[in-house]
Ligand binder design. Structure first.
Ligand SMILES: [Zn+2]
Length: 97
């Protein structure tokens, strides 16, 4: 059986500038090319909040809620952790049926 630690929600996620591709974290404007990054940061933050909500739902055994919440997070921003949350919620739902 796989052990997964859901107590902590991963380290800050590096994003890529859509214009030049440079990696960044918590910037409003790209240091290399000057592209405005606020909207990208806002979307990433919203996705993070949905992943955190899904994580909490999983820990409480609310798999249906977790599945929906992780799905919203993945729609906003695909991450490996979001995919893991989706798969765990799906496993939980399968076991309940
Ligand atoms: Zn850039």
């Amino acid at each position: 059986m796989m052990n997964v630690d859901l107590s902590n929600l991963s380290q800050p996620l590096l994003l890529s500038c859509p214009t030049c591709g440079v990696k960044f974290h918590a910037l409003r404007q790209c240091r290399r090319c000057g592209t405005e990054l606020s909207e990208l940061m806002r979307t990433a933050h919203l996705a993070w909040k949905w992943r955190d909500t899904a994580r909490k739902s999983l820990l409480q055994g609310r798999f249906d809620d977790a599945w929906k919440q992780a799905g919203v997070a993945q729609t906003l921003q695909k991450t490996d952790f979001g995919e893991l949350l989706l798969q765990l919620a799906k496993c939980g739902l399968t076991r309940l049926r």
